[in-house]
Design a protein around this ligand. Sequence first.
Ligand code: WT7
Length: 637
Amino acid sequence: MSYPYQIKTLEQYHQAYKESIEQPEKFWADVASSFQWKKKWHNVLDWNFKEPDVKWFEGGKLNITENCLDRHIDELGDKPAIIWEPNDPEEHHRVLTYKNLLFKVKQFANVLKNNGVKKGDRVCIYMGMIPELPIAVLACARIGAIHSVIFGGFSSQSIADRLHDAQAEYIITCDGAYRGAKDIPLKSVIDDALIACRFVKRVIVCTRTRVPVSMIKGRDVWWEDEIKKVETQGNPDCPAEEMDAEDMLFILYTSGSTGKPKGVVHTIGGYMVWSAYTFVNIFQYQPGQIHFCTADIGWITGHSYIVYGPLLAGATSLMFEGVPTWPDAGRFWDIVDKHSVNILYTAPTAIRSLMSFGLEYVNSKNLSSLSVLGTVGEPINEEAWQWYYKHVGKERCPIVDTWWQTETGGVMISNMANITPQKPTFATLPVPGVNPCLVDENGTEIHGNEVSGNLCIKTPWPGILRTTYGDHERCRLNYFSAYNNMYFTGDGCLRDVNGNYRITGRVDDVLNVSGHRIGTAEVENAINMHSGVVESAVVGFPHDVKGQGIYAYVISEGHHEDAELTRLDIIQTVSRIIGPIAKPDKIQFVSGLPKTRSGKIMRRILRKIAEGETSNLGDTSTLLDPGVVEEIKSGAL
Ligand code: WT7
């Protein structure tokens, strides 16, 4: 396997960057020609950010799974595609070669067909991190069905909302999932979601934990039984459906500043080129290396850097079922040691959490196989960066700090390992094809260096989202209306004297808790469902491990005799409505919220109080009732 588009020197980076901006069509046509197309495109790029309408490789026909699998069989057929490390270190790991994986993908694609799934149908995948999850993802792509993977930590209510939004008639799930010391009853969560989703025709259940589940006749079938049926049918082949470059590949839900998560849509051709190009260049992947991305496939990081990017590159992708701290805080290092991992890609929150357990866990393991480290999901603080560099990378391994979003499909701003310089806490330079700019509140571009502003992107890259499922106007309003003719990221950013970018965090009402996006409005809606709650306001506050924690100000009804119990009830409600990831860390009961005369909550003030700031609250004169601020200050947690 060779990568004609892999950048090998700093000069090549500058040259590639320049060409990608000056002649994007030529640049991306060159990269795209490394892949297998059933029919070549007639137009590389067509775009306007008004509607928005972006089309890459129009007229091109392909199937992404042929590029991930079939294409590699001659050369890499017996090489590992996926190494799976189970939750419990006592259980055997599994290795799927490219041949095995292709066989299983075809087999399960035939299961999907037998169960009525057709091209264009939406298939919801709600599974733990077992090899059958990427198999299910790729089987959908094989037959042209659109996958919508939902992270295993979301509640029935969240699943039901997503099923409705996507009108997904098919579900692939497991009986249960293991995560550390916990068993998650996935099928039972799905059953609750389906009470309100009568349109679901089929649920395919894969066995993992053997927890008892209820199987509804005519609706629910076992993965293993369906595989047996396919086996008795005899034909192990499943030709790859011919797809348009701009057909939808997947939907992935993510939070925004409103109460309802958006279904971010990625299309096949552009996403393929972008996920592979960024994977090979950012991590400087070399054939034969083992790449370990610790994310869950339920998030975009897992889609792009466990499944698609690595497989497109013919790489070996290690996937891990469990959590970093179980059975102990050395689990990641055990895995690196056991499998001789070369590239480790994780989140700052995981690093901070592992730091707190001390050095014995990391120093007792052989980490000499590591050559590149990466981080993603939130700004990395200096202390965590240094710890990762020194104690994990032993000052030998570059750290790529990769800034990107669900909407961007792949990494946008990052150093490239051993190619472009790293700078702690800076994502540094844009990837070729990315045209970033900083703008002020009026939308005026801020030129020059040593400046800060809101981060926008001026031109399309192949991996840009195409729409939000079922609501294109929402996509326009969210990303393309704040500033004229630009994609707005929602992030604040500064540019240093050398043109390096440092992302400073969200500038909208979106929190980043342990690298996961959570809308304040979503959490407020969930808190307000609790019968004892009148109103609430949610803000973020700095949290040592999570990056941001969730701080809720709650007005509760009448007298609560046992405030602690009400607090626990509220937390339980949020967990039920959204999922455990959205549980508030702090709940302060208040008698009123600081509002303007027009009734708008002044979050700026609440944010300051949550951050522990009590003196410089800024102008409070426009408040309806300035007295309420004093009360909130005195009760701050
Ligand atoms: C938001 C996107 C993209 C994969 C994981 C999260 C923040 C992401 C970085 C980074 C600073 C970062 C931004 C962004 N973010 N990576 N390297 N440095 N901030 O995907 O859930 O779509 O969240 O995560 O605020 O907007 P996501």
